[in-house]
Design a protein around this ligand. Sequence first.
Ligand code: ANZ
Ligand code: ZN
Length: 809
Amino acid sequence: MDYKKIEKKWQQKWEDTKLYSFDKNDLDNKKYIMEMFSYPSGANLHIGHWYNYGLSDTYARFSRMQGHNVFHPMGFDAFGLPAENYAIKTGIHPQDSTLKNIETMETQLKAMGATFDWDYEVKTCMPDYYKWTQWMFLKLFEKGLAYRKEAPVNWCNNCNTVLANEQVFDGCCERCDTEVERKSLTQWFFKITEYAEELLQDLDKLDWPSKTKMMQKNWIGKSVGGKVKFSIVDGDDFEVFTTRADTLHGCSYVVFAPEHPMINDFVTDDQKAEVEAYIKMASKATEIDRLSTTREKTGAFTGAYAINPINGRKVPIWISDYVLYTYGTGAVMAVPAHDERDFEFAQKYDLPIERVIEAKNEDEDDTLPYVGYGKLVNSEEFSGLPVEDGKKAILSKLNEMESGNFNTNYRLRDWLISRQRYWGTPIPIIHCEDCGTVPVPESDLPVLLPYDVEFNPDGTSPLAKHEEFSNAPCPKCGKMGKREADTMDTFLCSSWYFLRYADNKNTEAPFDKAIIDKMLPVDTYIGGAEHACMHLLYSRFFVKALRDMGYLNFDEPFMRLIHQGTILGPDGERMSKSRGNVVSPDSYVEKYGSDVFRMYLAFGFSYIEGGPWNDNGIKSIHKFLDRIGRLVDKGLDYTEESTTIGAKEKDIDYKLNYAIEKISHDLENFQFNTAVARLMELVNALYKYTDNNFNKEYFMGVIENLVKLLAPFAPHISEELWDKIGNEYSVFNASFPICDKSKMVQDTIVMILQINGKVRGKFEVDANISKEDVEKLVLEDANLNKHFKDLTVRKMIVVPGRIVNVVAN
Ligand code: ANZ
Ligand code: ZN
């Protein structure tokens, strides 16, 4: 078969007949299947695209053939840094390169033969889309969920720009390798922390990989602890956050994060120089570095002392970057005997290490630092209490003393959404001298992103230099103000695109509530695991916030989540240009066509796991498809007289239904490789069947089912074969075979005979035979009882349908 010709032909027909159009009038029967949309890069589709999109398309086709009204849209995550960096390098405007890349990718995705309904496409860089991203911002702003504050950000002194956390590698700028500094700038934030508890609780509702749920859980990082109030000798009070109030008697010093604004108030003149030098040095480390447990602890003594509220003891105040300013209260009570970081720090700076917890039972090793949950010692009246009771007792004593209280803390931070970049959605805000931060009225949206902008990075937001954009009248008082020049993090564009898909042409609203309440949540979402704590969390936040504002009626965006694995280079390493191990799909597709390539990806890897690339199996898939083609011909060309239906057909019935059952199960679970293996077994059995004369009518019935089973994997070839056997267009309007269980009961089964646990023979019995009859048969049948004729039978154990074990001596 000329696969490439077949592909062109059917792709054309699918397009002409709008085969994959979603039926808007049948929303009750919808099934929303989507993949994470694509970033429009200039290169051709890589193996990852084929793997992600090709195989989820197999799933979408299967669902469609099962009778679902499948909604399978595609779009482009089109704003962002790569296009801007490419522009800085080449001078090609990001808009021009992006739109061109989108066009190329659309063509390529169509050539893959995927069932996307392009009528629902979204492109995040188009005004008809980002108008509504701006609308989202305004709604969050109105609700108090978007706010502006000064915050430390990653700053590159060479590129003169803020960098996202993901752009910082080992503390250095990804572009120029300059050491990144922390700098305080006024930034926009979304208050995702307001939803921390619900984001945590609702994970239980989701059919997601447990590892991903665990990652979100840890990222949200709930811990229940208390705040304890200390006072500074001759100074103000401050609070520390602790989950181990029971260890308060062992606090031998306290530590402030270097960014803590109080430090200035209490640092002594003697220590000022050292403290300032340390603060400067610490500002270079990223939060990720600071959280590292292996990094050597550093710090400086402030010269000041604090009073431990539980016993009035005077303890020194240090600063160190192992304490984060943004977590808890930004200050900790250090208990070196029972905390590893404190222990390390105390050893280095020779601070007292005093045990206040000891193991409850003697077998437990409690050498210091002991972080276990034993009982309190050296803790005045609290000594002897188990840790949990000690915590409560100490906190309630402090409460009486008004020095402490219970409190829940989350590691999750508010989401920093502003970027000092050009190629993104403008933030719809005008700064007015008199009125302050004024939102652009909804009727003035979109705030268009101007084209003629100088976007070479020089430390200021590119949009600020565009006079026409920048100067705008205040919507409140009319006085000239300045437009917000920062753009939005592109993760904002992708936090709601699955909502827009459902109603992408709406010009009045981002979407119609009635429509999306029916079409959402997404039933199955397929994409990479690397998005666990960003996109997948942000989208959940958006849905919850929109729900609370009354724009939709569900709690979660993605009910089921599948992560495809990664295809690695042949060397087992991640494919990358610099390693030179990138395998391009192009030559394979050129040589074998899209069906063979897709089916090979299905067969050669476990979808969820991926693995190193090899093309060993691709030829055999090619042969396999040819073989199916010949099998169909064998049936069509058969001119001998048909045999009568009998045992052979019964056997094929069994194998066909077995294949149907397994393949359906495997497809539902994204286990494509085993599904293809079942298909191969079936084809082998059918070849055997046609070795001798057969029943043509019966055989063509089986072939029809075979083609349907093949269709999700090799859509073009199946459509061609479907047509060839004289069926009405299209195989994708036909229903996927359903397993007929009655055909799967075999009349006879083979049982194994064991004597004292050793296999001695096999025998065939009626499938429905009773235990008693099996025993009788074994005792009476000469062929069977000969194995134990010289022994006395003591016992007979029958495992129905499988084994008889005769115990004899
Ligand atoms: C005293 C103590 C004694 C602590 C002990 C632990 C063990 P989780 O569970 O992750 O929330 N901590 C508090 N604020 C911090 C900050 N801003 N930066 C770094 N560490 C901070 O961790 C809570 C514990 O982390 C708190 O309990 C505090 O140390 C520390 F034997 O207080 B603990
Ligand atoms: Zn004003």
